[in-house]
Structures are given as C-alpha cells and as structure tokens.
Design a protein around this ligand. Structure first.
Ligand SMILES: O=C(O)CCC(=O)C(=O)O
Ligand SMILES: [Fe+2]
Length: 279
C-alpha cells in the first residue's frame, strides 16, 4: 500500500506513495485553504485599499469597497457551507483511519497486540489544523512555529511544495530541513507515544522557518487520546532493567495547561512532559 522512510535519527517518518483516495482529498483541501485565504486577503485589500489597514469604523462608505466586502463575505460563507466542508470532513475521516493503522503497526512493533492502544481513544480529542504562513520580508528574524514536540500520540502532516519544516536530530540537536513533497505525509511521534514506550520512541522537536517570497500551507492531523486518559509508561514495557522514566499524568489537564503556557509565555510557566520525568 505505502512506503515509509525515516528521516535519519529524527523520529519523523515520511509516508510515501499513500493510496490515491487519500491524495485527492488533500489536494482539494489545500485548494480550499488557498481559496479561503485569498478571500481574506481580498477583504483586507478592500478595506485598506491595498496600502494600509483601517479599522471597521474608518471604512469609507464607498459602494465599491462595500460591494467587494459583501462579495467576499458571501464567498466565505459559501466556502464553509457545503462542498469544501464535506471535503474537509472526508479528509479528516481518511487521515484518521491512517493514524489508527499506524497506531496498530506501532503496537505490533513493540511486541504488543495490534489493538493494545485503541482503548485510549473512545472519546478522542483529535483534530485537524490548517496552517498558513504568509511570506516574511526578514525570514531570519522570524519563525512560523517555534521549536516544540507535538503533545499527542501521532501527527499526520500534509503540506504544499514550499518547505520550511525543520527537525532536530536527537543526538546533537542539529536542525535539518524536511524536503517538501505534497504527495507524502510526514508522520510525527508525539509526547504520549514517547511516554507509553518509556522513551523507546522519541517525539522529535521541530519548528517552521518562513520564506521571504512564498506563502506556505500545511495541514496536520493530531491523533489525541480521550480527555480522561492517564498517560504513563505501558506496564508490559517496564521491567527492573527498564524502570519507568515518567510519572503518570492526565492527558486533558496536561493539554489545557500546556496550551495556556504556550500562548501566555510571559505570565505562565512553560509546561512540557519533562516535568513528569521520574527522578
Ligand atoms: O507546518 C508545519 O509543517 C508543521 C506545523 C506544526 O508543527 C504543528 O502545527 O504542530
Ligand atoms: Fe508540530
């Protein structure tokens, strides 16, 4: 069905030549995102006349501007109403199936039954995110996404052909660029898998650099467990020689706290799985 290739020593896999039925929705969904953002840009240009942005209050009562705004608004409502929404739902369903297949294969690779981990997803909190990185005149001064490891179980990332994703090598932290391929998924191991496997599988740090001339679109699907699940090293993988590297933590509470710390860096402590490391 598909071929996978590890990006050396990084814990990130490229999942190549995936089945055709998955490729089609990706293309459609990416097209859709492009459409949506072009609509938004048009709206901004309409309001600010392409020069500077004005607040809603400052918009002159110019019929051309209002007409354009109205058209864009209609287009956007239409965009979320039927076909594209269905495309996104279809995509989410298919990509979720792939994530569960990977979950099964990972369980087997650990010498566990294929369905060992499925019980943690009865009320899963997984979601699909649409990322848009506009071009940046000084790319060396900015990052699209700062360094982080994904918090969940598995991430399935689709991207266009612009590139910008970089992954840090586990042994020395050196950053490597991931060659973009719109026909491949990037599969990323998340923190939960790192804890379940007691550090056997590694949740690689990654970041996104921006481009001076091209905008970029990407679409990660995050496979997340149910809110109430407690994450701890799997009992079957623990022994006297391999004692647990992490203490138990609750997924839902951890995720909420981590999000708060990611978005309010100044006021709040930054919460990562390292805090659950066993002494
Ligand atoms: O846009 C990308 O390539 C990666 C985004 C990412 O790392 C994330 O959303 O967690
Ligand atoms: Fe990420």
């Amino acid at each position: 069905m598909a071929r996978s290739r590890s990006i050396s020593g990084s814990g990130i896999w490229k999942y190549l030549n995936h089945a055709y039925y998955l490729r089609r929705p990706i293309r459609l969904a990416l097209l859709f995102i492009v459409f949506l953002y072009v609509s938004m840009l048009e709206e901004l240009k309409g309001v600010g006349d392409g020069k500077s942005l004005m607040t809603q209050k400052d918009v002159p009562e110019d019929p051309v501007v209002i007409k354009r705004r109205q058209k864009v608004k209609e287009a956007m409502i239409h965009a979320w109403s039927s076909y594209e929404k269905e495309v996104c739902q279809e995509y989410a369903r298919e990509v979720e199936k792939l994530a569960f297949k990977l979950l099964e294969l990972i369980s087997i690779s650990l010498g566990l039954p294929g369905d060992r981990l499925t019980g943690y997803f009865k009320d899963q909190t997984s979601f699909l995110r649409f990322n848009h990185y506009p071009p940046c005149p000084n790319p060396e001064l900015a990052l699209g996404v700062g360094r982080h490891a994904d918090a969940g179980v598995i991430t399935v990332l689709a991207q266009d052909n612009v590139g910008g994703l970089q992954v840090s090598r586990r042994s020395d932290g050196q950053w490597f660029s991931v060659k973009p391929n719109p026909d491949a998924f990037i599969i990323n191991i998340g923190n939960c898998m790192q804890v379940w496997t007691n550090d056997k599988y590694w949740s690689a740090e990654h970041r996104v650099v921006v481009n001076s001339s091209k905008e970029r679109f990407s679409m990660p699907f995050f496979l997340f467990p149910s809110h109430e699940v407690n994450i701890e090293p799997l009992k079957e993988l623990i022994s006297e020689d391999n004692p647990p590297c992490y203490k138990k933590y609750n997924w839902g509470k951890f995720y909420v706290a981590r999000n708060r710390s990611d978005y309010k860096k100044l006021q709040t402590e930054n919460i990562q799985i390292d805090r659950f490391k066993a002494a």
